[in-house]
Structures are given as C-alpha cells and as structure tokens.
Design a protein around this ligand. Structure first.
Ligand SMILES: NC(=O)C1=CN([C@@H]2O[C@H](COP(=O)(O)OP(=O)(O)OC[C@H]3O[C@@H](n4cnc5c(N)ncnc54)[C@H](O)[C@@H]3O)[C@@H](O)[C@H]2O)C=CC1
Ligand SMILES: O=C(CO)COP(=O)(O)O
Length: 352
C-alpha cells in the first residue's frame, strides 16, 4: 500500500464519522467544510471564542476565507471539549509553533480510539520533531496519520480539482480519511510512508521562499527549472537519510507540492521570498502576511540538522546565509553556481 495510485482500493464504509478540526485558519476551515459537505458532523475549533461565535452566526470564516459558505453539518466552536469529546477523527491544523500546546490540551479530552491526523507542514525546532511524532509522543496508543499535498486552501474552496495524500501505518485510518474527505473535486491518495510525506510538506516551504526570491530578481525559465529540480534532489537527500522512501518525492506530497508552492504567489512562503528579493525586511514581511509561513522556521531547523548530519544542502545553506547572516543574494547565487563541482552529483547514490 505504498503507492499513491492505490487510492482506488477504498473499502465501503457506510456510516458518517464525527470529525473535529483544530485550527480555524485557512486550511482548517477548508478541511472542516469538505468533511461537513460530505455529511459528516464536523466541529471546527478555534481558540478565539468571539471569532468562533461570529463564524457560527455568519456561516463563514470571513477573516480567512470570505464567501466560503459553511455546510449544514459544520459547527464552529471555541469549546475544545465539545469539539473533540466524541470525535472519531481529529485533524490538527494549527501552525507548528502551536501544535504541541494544542495536542497537550486535547490529550485528556479525546476518545482513546480517535484517529489523529496532522495537516501541519512544519518541524518543531527542539529535537527536529515532526508533528506526527508529537502526536505519537503525547497521545500514545492512537493511530496517527499525516495529510499533505499540493493544496492551496483558496483553490480547494473554489472546488478546483485537487489531489492530496493521506499517509499512515494504518490501512483503516487511511480508508476512513479517504471516505471522510473524498469528493468530485478532492481526491485522497494513500501512502504508507508517513515520514516521507510529512518531511516533503515541511521542506518544500524553504524552496518556495527561494523560488519567490528568484522570481523577484528576474530569473528566467532555465533558472527556475534548475532551482525546482535541485530543490527536489536536496530535500529528498535529507529525507532519505531520515528514513523516508525516495519514491514519495515523485508523488503529490513531494514534487507536486514543490511545484505548486515554487510557482504560485498564492503561496505565503513564495510571497515571503518575493518580498525578500525586492529588498524588504523579513520582520516587516512576516508582520504584514497575517498568516503563517512555516518556511522561515523550517529553514533554521533544517540548516542545523543538515550541518549536524553532514548532509549536503547548498540551497538551504545559501538561503540561511541570506536571511540570517545578511550575505547578499548575488554573492550566494554566484557561489552556488561556481562552487565545488565534484560535490554536485546529480543523482543520489552516484557519489563522485
Ligand atoms: N493554507 C494552505 O493552503 C495550507 C496550509 N497548510 C498548513 O496548515 C497549517 C495551518 O495553516 P493555515 O490554516 O493556512 O494557517 P493560517 O495562518 O491561515 O491560520 C492558522 C490558524 O491557527 C491558529 N493558531 C495559531 N496558533 C495557535 C495555537 N497555539 N492554538 C490554537 N490556534 C492557533 C490561528 O489563530 C489561525 O486561526 C500550516 O502548517 C500550513 O503549512 C497545509 C496545506 C495547505
Ligand atoms: O502548503 C501549501 C499548499 O500545499 C500552502 O503553502 P504556503 O504555506 O506557502 O501558502
């Protein structure tokens, strides 16, 4: 059950499930409404009670996704016990910075057989911990999954045909999530490589920043193609060292999400890179974004990890030098092009 194309093997599961989605931002709202549109009683939890009440009253999350009408089965709430108490599936869709805090809050409230799924694309700095590892650590005994793919919330709510990936060691979790979320515009593929799918979703944000920066500096099509391809090589090189399946990087959660976020200004990470390329200061960019761009934190965590593990990641090192050491982009770009040639083996495994 390793390949994405095996999504077609869903067993019929007739009953609807009770769903909780934690995090009332763009993606949490989109996932919750997909589930509710499929008829599943779904609670969307947000920490701000005034906003939850407003969303419930207006039947939309006007702040994050204006005009996206809530399905009848969707309830917005700030009551965490009510949200997760009877849930069959809990999706955690808060940014990585708040993930552990939220998981610790729900720990005593969730049913022992509830399926836990992270949709968050980030890495916790302390110990290079993935979100599913936080779930495993804080909620032992629960079946855990990761949902990731080329999935702009804005396009999901427009019902643009979209593919995503649910990754888990547990076939029944995969089937449940497929049944809960699948529709004519949202296809959910299966993958048993949880680690690879999760790493891919987090790592691509770094390269989206680089692509946005290159675009701002007027890079041509040759440059963009080189950047995206070398990004894929670099991210899979690290992930394989961390136990991921390289094939995952040829799928939707890998190259699919990388292409999406490296080529579209709907990506917040791409927009951060674009603004950096135009000379704006990082603090100003992040402050004006109003939404999370996980790539900046992920960059720091990954740069340290690559150094500690001795994994060759020149693009990560280059972006780190630009953002955190103040080295001019032109200098870094020049070094990347004329650096030691013998380390630039194109394919993994064919070491020089
Ligand atoms: N927006 C998108 O297209 C996609 C986003 N993602 C991932 O989903 C995660 C969430 O992203 P978005 O919903 O887009 O972010 P967002 O910035 O739109 O919303 C984040 C939400 O989480 C809430 N939040 C932040 N810290 C919290 C805490 N400690 N406790 C409770 N709530 C907290 C915020 O108040 C806000 O409602 C990120 O890791 C992102 O990479 C994944 C796929 C697509
Ligand atoms: O992960 C995403 C789409 O798949 C969203 O990317 P951004 O966080 O860069 O907007």
């Amino acid at each position: 059950m390793n390949a994405e194309h095996q999504a077609g093997q869903v067993q019929p599961v007739s009953e609807k499930v009770r769903v909780a989605v934690l995090g009332g931002g763009s993606f949490g709202t989109a996932i919750a409404n997909i589930s509710a549109t499929n008829g599943n009683p779904t609670r969307l939890w947000m920490r701000d009670s005034a906003r939850a009440a407003l969303c419930q009253q207006e039947r939309e999350n006007r702040h994050y996704i204006p005009g996206y009408r809530f399905a009848e089965s969707l309830t917005a709430t700030a009551d965490l016990t009510a949200a997760v108490g009877d849930a069959d599936i809990v999706f955690v869709s808060v940014p990585s910075s708040g993930f552990r805090e939220v998981v610790n809050q729900i720990k005593p409230l969730v049913r022992s057989d509830a399926l836990m799924v992270s949709t968050t694309k980030g890495i916790e700095g302390l110990g290079f911990t993935l979100m599913s590892e936080i779930l495993a650590e804080c909620m032992p005994g629960h079946k855990i999954g990761v949902l990731s793919g080329p999935n702009f919330a804005k396009e999901i709510v427009e019902r643009q045909q979209t593919g995503t990936v649910i990754a888990s060691d547990h076939a029944d979790l995969i089937q449940r999530v497929q049944k809960t979320l699948s529709s004519s515009y949202f296809r959910v593929y299966a993958n048993a490589d949880r680690r690879g799918v999760e790493l891919a979703g987090a790592l691509k944000n770094i390269y989206a920043i680089i692509s946005g920066m290159a675009y701002a500096l007027g890079a041509g099509s040759n440059t963009h193609a080189m950047l995206i391809t070398r990004s894929l090589a670099e991210m899979s090189r690290l992930a394989v060292q961390l136990g991921a399946n390289p094939m995952t990087f040829l799928g939707l959660a890998g190259v699919g999400d990388l292409i999406l976020t490296c080529t579209s200004d709907l990506s917040r990470n791409y927009r951060v890179g674009y603004a950096l390329g135009k000379g704006e200061a990082l603090e100003d960019i992040v402050a004006s974004l109003g939404q999370v761009a996980e790539g900046v934190n992920t960059l720091q965590v990954v740069a340290e990890k690559a150094k500690a593990m001795g994994v060759y990641m020149p693009l990560v090192a280059g972006l780190y030098a630009v953002i955190f050491k103040g080295i001019p982009i032109s200098e870094v770009a020049h070094k990347l092009m004329v650096g030691e040639q013998n380390t630039d083996v194109e394919f993994m495994g064919s070491a020089s």
